[in-house]
Design a protein around this ligand. Structure first.
Ligand SMILES: [Zn+2]
Length: 285
């Protein structure tokens, strides 16, 4: 199986440098800097694929204090900065097909951090405006002296099988014929396995017997983390309520025939949903 999109950024995040202004200033002149705009889309090179990178010394040193430190590798430091002064913007979905696995993962990381910073302006405990520290990784409240960390919204997504067939569902708002795995957010007080069982019951009325973790994917739209599971379920006939318009069991042959005929479309290629479905189809082949 190919790697899951947005998981290819294995730089050293160098947490110990985030609040070391002196060492960051030393890294800044030769650092590679990504540009992201107000939508957290990234600047790419005109006419060809690949991130458009600038060196830190192209900016004043003041820019370092507004930049996000991402980490280091053998060639120096990586930062991201926010600007709207570029035209070749690429969104994260496009990045999966147009950037290398490393660059797409780096972009996903920078995007998650930037979106969190843009949305995290006031303390949730006392309402005081927050001050970013640690190069964009902590928001500090001077009113009640609390620290706030980047938000991660955990969601499970599950490949549900009765041993032979795969359970897929569709929401009414999706493109015609699109089917995907069931998914849902983890709620307070739940184990991940409980979330899998609850969501499958709520959305399709199917009883899950057991669920095993398979793989995960950063999903910064704006702050998701998708936790992919494989679940074994009773072969209950699906019944839908408000969330899904339809849910159906498919054998491998049925699914392949529906896709080949154009009547059914699967999840987008950059999603872990599609990766899990392709993996299941491969196992049968
Ligand atoms: Zn506060």
């Amino acid at each position: 199986m190919p790697p899951i999109a947005f998981t290819g950024c294995l730089i050293d995040r160098a947490e110990h440098l985030r609040n070391d202004r002196e060492r960051l200033a030393g890294l800044w002149p030769t650092a590679r800097v990504l540009s992201l705009d107000h939508n957290a889309d990234v600047e790419t090179n005109a006419g060809r694929d690949g991130l458009a990178l600038q060196r830190g010394d192209a900016f004043s040193e003041d820019a370092l204090d507004a930049a996000l430190f991402l980490g280091i590798d053998d060639d120096g430091a990586w930062f991201a900065h926010r600007t709207d002064a570029f035209v070749n913007a690429l969104d994260l979905r496009g990045a999966a097909s147009r950037l290398s696995a490393f660059e797409a993962g780096l972009f996903a990381y920078a995007r998650a951090l930037l979106l969190w910073r843009q949305r995290t302006r006031f303390c949730v405990q006392c309402g005081t405006p927050l001050r970013m520290t640690h190069s964009g990784h902590i928001a500090r409240c001077d009113g009640c002296e609390s620290d706030h960390y980047p938000r991660i919204d955990a969601a499970v997504i599950m490949l549900v099988s009765d041993g032979e067939r795969l359970l897929l569902g569709r929401q009414a708002s999706w493109p015609q014929g699109r089917y995907s795995l069931l998914a849902g957010f983890v709620e307070p007080g739940e184990r991940l396995e409980d979330t899998v069982a609850r969501e499958v019951m709520e959305e399709a009325g199917v009883r899950v017997l057991r669920a095993n973790y398979v793989a995960s994917q950063p999903w910064p739209f704006p702050s998701g983390l998708m936790l992919g599971f494989s679940a074994l379920a009773e072969p209950d006939p699906p019944r839908c309520n408000d969330e899904l318009e339809d849910a159906r069991w498919f054998t491998r042959d049925e699914l392949l025939a529906e896709v080949a005929s154009g009547r059914l479309g699967l999840s987008r290629p950059e999603s872990i949903s599609r990766w899990l479905i392709d993996r299941w189809l491969d196992e049968g082949g």
